[in-house]
Design a protein around this ligand. Structure first.
Ligand SMILES: [Zn+2]
Length: 451
C-alpha cells in the first residue's frame, strides 16, 4: 500500500490523503485549501489522479477543510461511495451546500464589483453540485468495522472534535494505518473525549496546536467579562464563529451565563442560515457529547435565529447592546463580513475571536492588531476592541496529543505529522521523538511513501 499526501502538509487545510493498493485507490478526506491565496489557488489545480479512478472516499469529519473538495471530485467524475459516520453525513448535508452557496455568492460579488482578475469569476462548485454529491454518502456507525473491498477494512472511532468526527483506521492485508483526523480534547466544554487507540503500523496525526498549549482558564469567565464590559459601554459583541461546533459551544456558555445572571439580558443572535439545523443535530447525536436533551434544547433557545439576508442586515441597525454570532470563524467569508463592516469602526464594540486563526486570514490580521482590514475591496478601520480566546479550542494541544499517543501499547513503525503550520509540525515532531522515541516524518505536498 502507498500513501500520497495531497494536502494538509505544513498547513492546516486541504486534508487529502490518497491510499493506493494494487487494485484500489481510496481518498481519506477530501478538503478544500483555505487561508493564503497561494493555498486557495491549489483548489483550482488539476489533481494528480483521475477522479473517475478513485474507488472510495473516507471522511474523518465534516469540516470544509476535510470535506469541501468532494463536490468538485464528484463533478470531475468520481462515482464511488463516500464513507463516514452518520453525524458527519448529517453535517455535510448542511455544510457542503452552504460551501457551494458561499462560493457562488463570492463569485457573483466579485463580478458585480469587478474585483477579480478572472472575467467572469466562477465558483469552484455550486450549491446544486454540492447537493448532488450528497447522494454518494454511505454512513457507517462508530466502532463497526466495515469491509470496504477485499482485504480492506475500515473503522471509525470517536475523535471528540465535532459531531460525527472520527479517528479512521484502515487495514489492508496485515497492515494498518490510523488517521487522527482533527483530534478533540480530554476536557472539552461539550464534546466527549477522543476514543483510545492502542496500536497501528502507521499513524497520520494532526498538529494544529503542535507548538502551543491552550489557556486552561474557564471560557465562561472570559466571555462573562467581555459581555459585561462591552454592554456597559453601550457596545455590541460580535463573535465570528464557525456555524458547526463552535457556535453551539458559545451558545452553551451564554446559556449558562444568562441562567446564572452573570451577563445582562441582551439579545443574542445566531446569524447563519444553517445554524438552526446544526443545533438540531446536538439532540440527534446525544451519545457524542455531554449535554442532556434538556440542556441541548435550552442551549439552542438561548439565541434568536437569523435566517434571511434582510434579517441579518436589520440586526446591524439595533442601537442597543447585543451579541451577534456569525460565520465564518476566521472572517474569510459569510455574513460576518457585513457585520464587521458596521461594527469594526466603533470603539464601543468588541470582536471576540474564539478559534484558531489561520495565518493570512482576516481573523489572523485582527488578532495581530492591524489598524484596518480589507472587506469586499474596501478598507475598514479597526477601532473595536479585539479579544482572542485561547481556551475554547476543539483541537487537542501538544500536551493533550502526547497524552493521547501515550495510550499506544507499541510504537507505530512511522508517524506522519500533518495538519499544522511549519512551526507546529516541527515542534510536535520533536516532542514525539523526545517524549515517546517514535520515528516521525513531516511529509511534503505530493510526497508518496510505500507502507
Ligand atoms: Zn475540524
Amino acid at each position: 500500500m502507498k500513501i500520497t499526501f495531497l494536502g494538509a502538509t505544513r498547513t492546516v487545510t486541504g486534508s487529502k490523503y490518497l491510499i493506493s493498493t494494487d487494485t484500489k485507490k481510496i481518498l481519506v478526506d477530501c478538503g478544500l485549501f483555505q487561508g493564503y491565496k497561494e493555498l486557495r489557488l491549489r483548489n483550482w489545480n488539476k489533481l494528480p489522479f483521475d477522479a473517475q479512478k478513485i474507488d472510495a472516499v473516507i471522511l474523518t469529519h465534516a469540516h470544509i477543510d476535510h470535506s469541501g473538495y468532494l463536490p468538485l471530485l464528484v463533478k470531475n467524475g468520481f462515482k464511488g461511495k463516500i464513507y463516514c459516520t452518520p453525524g458527519t453525513r448529517d453535517l455535510c448535508a448542511i455544510l457542503l451546500p452552504d460551501s457551494g452557496h458561499i462560493q457562488e455568492e463570492d463569485a457573483n460579488r466579485a463580478n458585480r464589483y469587478n474585483y477579480s482578475k478572472h472575467k467572469p469569476a466562477l465558483p469552484l462548485y455550486t450549491r446544486d453540485e454540492a447537493i448532488t454529491a450528497l447522494d454518494q454518502f454511505s454512513p457507517i456507525d462508530f466502532n463497526e468495522p466495515y469491509q470496504l473491498f477485499k482485504n480492506i477494512t475500515i473503522s471509525f472511532s470517536p475523535a471528540g472534535h465535532i459531531i460525527g468526527s472520527s479517528v479512521v483506521r484502515l487495514e489492508y492485508q496485515n497492515k494498518s494505518i490510523v488517521f487522527s483526523g482533527d483530534l478533540g480534547r480530554p476536557h472539552h466544554l461539550v464534546m466527549k473525549s477522543p476514543a483510545i487507540v492502542s496500536s497501528t503500523d502507521y499513524l497520520v496525526i494532526e498538529s494544529t496546536y503542535g507548538d502551543r498549549l491552550h489557556d486552561r482558564s474557564n471560557p465562561l469567565d472570559q466571555i462573562a467579562d467581555v459581555v459585561q464590559h462591552t454592554a456597559a459601554n453601550g457596545g455590541s459583541v460580535i463573535i465570528p464563529a464557525f456555524a458547526v461546533g463552535r457556535s453551539q459551544d458559545i451558545l452553551y456558555c451564554l446559556y449558562q451565563l444568562k441562567k446564572a445572571k452573570r451577563i445582562p439580558d441582551i439579545p443574542i443572535f445566531l446569524d447563519s442560515p444553517m445554524a438552526e439545523n446544526v443545533s438540531d443535530l446536538l439532540i440527534k447525536h446525544l451519545n457524542e457529547h455531554t449535554l442532556t436533551r434538556e440542556q441541548c434544547k435550552e442551549t439552542c433557545q438561548t439565541a434568536q435565529y437569523i435566517k434571511t439576508p434582510d434579517e441579518s442586515k436589520a440586526i446591524d441597525q439595533i442601537k442597543t447592546p447585543s451579541i451577534i454570532i456569525s460565520a465564518s470563524g476566521m472572517v474569510e467569508g459569510g455574513r460576518i463580513l457585513h457585520h464587521l463592516k458596521v461594527f469594526l469602526p466603533d470603539h464601543h464594540n468588541t470582536i471576540l475571536l474564539t478559534g484558531y486563526q489561520d495565518p493570512g486570514t482576516r481573523g489572523d490580521r485582527l488578532m495581530r492588531g492591524e489598524s484596518e482590514i480589507k472587506i469586499h475591496g474596501e478598507m475598514i478601520p479597526v477601532r473595536a476592541r479585539i479579544v482572542a480566546m485561547s481556551n475554547m479550542s476543539a483541537h487537542a494541544d501538544y500536551e493533550e496529543i502526547i497524552g493521547w499517543l501515550k495510550n499506544f501499547k507499541q510504537k507505530p513503525k512511522k508517524t506522519f505529522i500533518t495538519h499544522g503550520d511549519q512551526d507546529s509540525t516541527l515542534s510536535l515532531k520533536n516532542k514525539i521523538e523526545q517524549t515517546l522515541g517514535w520515528k516521525c516524518e513531516i511529509p511534503e505536498y505530493l510526497q508518496s511513501e510505500v507502507l
